[in-house]
Design a protein around this ligand. Structure first.
Ligand code: FAS
Ligand code: PHB
Length: 392
């Protein structure tokens, strides 16, 4: 079999890239090791930058997003028992974010790919990549006991942090930058109305909390927990009690609780692999970088990479030039590192670290008090949260 582009991974990165390439008439196959149901079952991101929304529109999958997504012009920061709104739209000349779950983005992309009759091989086993340092790379995989080989021009490594593509690189070909945080996020999804119409990020001596949502009837909440915490030690009642202890009294008295429909603990790390291109292999999304979800950047960075990658591949097939492919890694990484910095800054400011102590708590609360009282500082947060400009 031969295709122009072999995409490894059917998460948001792989599906969005496949859709953009298909609309440009470029032949791409997607190989995914899990089932479609498994991929849809992962509860992850919830906030889309305008740039990601624009790209989903370009991919022709924005209809439900615009019908069901919640457009937000601000967020609230809660510290020292009080909430303060950051008017992001007012501070950024009208830019917004849209609350629309990653699960829904993935579902819309899966539906579009099926409607286009484009091939996604789910439950593809033992995917391996070869010859990406030549002009004729090859991908192999097994399905139902039969081994298949795909010749292609390019391999898109969209296979996430634990994928095969980055791991297939020679050790001396990639530089790793990493910071692992000494805590995790315990997240709960419940069919209860959100406590507020916008997101609330909470700094509290007991730890971080976040009040988010998926719709006007479905809420997503998180509390910071120690890394060694066990999910079975967190019955719903304990979660709701802890969340109420961390939010302000008004939120604690009005929050609607209910049975969890999903509950999980996610570790937090910052990670970047440099470069993101190795010959005919190009990494995108979590395959190349991970951010703590505090800045709501993970999914948006995946979309950012796919924006650059789709344009580079389309330019190559239209002009024969490799100029944009050569520029891909540098363009991505300049934007990735700014999002990694913002996510690290938000995490450092809002979470309780082992060495925070009373002095550290006062410093965090003072930084937050300065932030909400300074137009310059609030503008800096706002322009990063709604999404920095792209390099074109
Ligand atoms: P993904 O990991 O989503 O997709 C990679 C795909 O490749 C997967 O389907 C995987 O099965 C497949 N794959 C892996 N190895 C393979 C192989 N060898 N062969 C074939 N296929 C293979 N981001 C936010 O912005 N906000 C959040 O709140 C947030 N919460 C998160 C919570 C958790 C627990 C995790 C893990 C991530 C969270 N993220 C969040 C980040 C997340 O949304 C990612 O940024 C997003 O899924 C990136 O999409 P992909 O790059 O497609 O990677
Ligand atoms: C979510 O709704 O899952 C969410 C929102 C904002 C974040 C992280 C997670 O910063």
């Amino acid at each position: 079999m031969r295709v122009q582009v072999a995409i490894i991974g059917a998460g948001p990165s792989g599906l969005l890239l496949g859709q953009l390439l298909h609309r440009a008439g470029i032949d791409a196959i997607i190989l995914e090791r899990k089932s479609g149901e498994y991929v849809l079952g992962r509860i992850r991101a919830g906030v889309l930058e305008q740039g990601a929304v624009d790209l989903l529109d370009e991919a022709g999958v924005g209809k439900r997003l615009h019908a069901e997504g919640l457009v937000h012009g601000g967020i609230e920061l809660c510290f020292d028992g009080e909430r303060h709104r950051i008017d992001m739209a007012g501070l950024t000349g009208g830019k917004h974010v849209t609350v629309y779950g990653q699960t829904e983005v993935t579902r819309d992309l899966m539906d579009a790919r099926a409607a286009a009759g484009a091939t996604t091989v789910y439950e593809a086993e033992d995917v391996s990549i070869h010859g990406f340092d030549t002009d004729s790379p090859v991908v192999r995989y097994r399905k139902d006991g039969v081994t298949h080989e795909i010749a292609c021009d390019f391999i898109a490594g969209c296979d996430g942090f634990h994928g095969v593509c980055r791991e297939s690189l020679p050790a001396n070909a990639v530089k790793h930058y990493e910071r692992v945080y000494p805590f995790g996020w315990l997240g709960i999804l419940a069919d209860v109305p959100p406590v507020s119409h916008e997101l609330i990020y909470v700094n509290h001596p007991r730890g971080f909390a976040l009040c988010s949502m998926r719709s006007r009837t479905r809420s997503r909440y998180y509390v910071q927990v120690p890394l060694d915490e066990k999910i079975e030690e967190w019955p719903d009642e304990r979660f709701w009690d802890e969340l109420k202890r961390r939010v302000d009294t008004q939120a604690a008295s009005t929050i609607v609780t209910g049975p969890s429909i999903e509950k999980s603990i996610a570790p937090l790390r910052s990670y970047v692999a440099e470069p993101m291109r190795f010959g005919r292999l190009l990494l995108a999304g979590d395959a190349a970088h991970i951010v703590p979800p505090t800045g709501a950047k993970g999914l948006n960075l995946a979309a950012s990479d796919v924006r650059y990658l789709s344009r580079a591949l389309i330019d190559h097939y239209r002009s024969g030039s490799m100029k944009e492919v050569d520029a891909y890694s540098g363009k991505c990484l300049r934007r990735v590192w700014k999002a990694v910095r913002f996510s690290w800054w938000m995490t450092s400011m809002l979470h309780r670290f082992p060495d925070t102590g009373e002095f550290g708590q006062k410093i965090q609360e003072t930084e937050l008090a300065y932030l909400v009282g300074s137009k310059a500082a609030s503008t800096s947060l706002a322009e990063n949260y709604v999404g920095l400009p792209f390099e074109d």
